[in-house]
Ligand binder design. Structure first.
Ligand code: ZN
Length: 223
């Protein structure tokens, strides 16, 4: 029996739990997990030519250009581990990146088979990310709901007073969310028009979310 590759795009706002879920989908369906964040860190860490170029942008606090990221993706997509397909975690984020990804997959006779949108309402994202408390001295991270420190607002490790990092302030989270939605809306429309979009409620226990996600991916593999 010839099985064709299954390529899955996983979309969702920051705090939706994409990373954890993408790893589980990859393990369950025997796919290659591709996170462009990990990919960048890996190339920079290995000191490859592409990594060196990427680092020069990152050091200036600039975004790594799309074509550079696409070059890193090419290597992964043409690797043995990618034969059964890939889960793209947090990529594409924009229409330009979606077109690049289509082009790369087309070279292999593949396409995005299913795009899953992990739908988490803004208030839930704010509750998840806004509950983070960080230790300015040792870097330990807590969460008021899921991982509270033993003593109210003090670090368990070193005893310092915990703080809410700038990135974890509600206004900053809401701003990031509105930027995310502005970029992602066109992607959702694109995948919807192709009939490959599945919206999966991202609320509830990680196991429940995964069960819904796995159903959506299975549906996509039967197209
Ligand atoms: Zn500490």
């Amino acid at each position: 029996m010839v099985t064709r590759a299954l390529d899955v795009v996983l979309l969702g706002p920051p705090g939706a739990g994409k990373g954890t879920q993408a790893k589980r989908v990859a393990a369950t369906f025997n796919l290659l997990h591709i996170s462009t964040g990990d990919l960048l860190r890996e190339e920079v860490g290995k000191g490859t030519e592409l990594g060196g170029l990427a680092a020069s942008y990152m050091q200036k606090g600039e975004l790594v250009p799309d074509d550079l990221v696409a070059k890193m993706l090419v290597t992964r997509l043409h690797s043995q581990q990618s034969l059964a397909g890939c889960v793209f975690d947090g990529y594409p984020r924009t229409r330009v990146q979606a077109d690049l990804l289509d082009g790369l997959l087309a070279e292999l006779g593949r396409r995005v088979d299913v795009a899953v949108y992990l739908d988490v309402p803004d208030d839930e994202v704010v509750a998840r990310l806004g509950g983070r408390r960080s230790c300015p001295s040792c870097g330990a991270v807590y969460h008021v709901l899921t991982q509270p420190p033993a003593r109210d607002m003090w670090c368990d490790v070193c005893g310092s007073a915990l703080v809410v990092r700038e990135d974890d302030r509600e206004e900053v989270i809401r701003q990031r969310l509105s930027v995310y939605r502005a970029h992602t809306e066109p992607l959702l429309e694109l995948y919807e028009a192709r009939g490959v979009l599945k919206r999966v409620p991202g609320q509830g226990a990680p196991e429940e979310v995964f069960a819904r996600l796995a159903d959506a991916v299975r549906g996509g593999s039967q197209r």
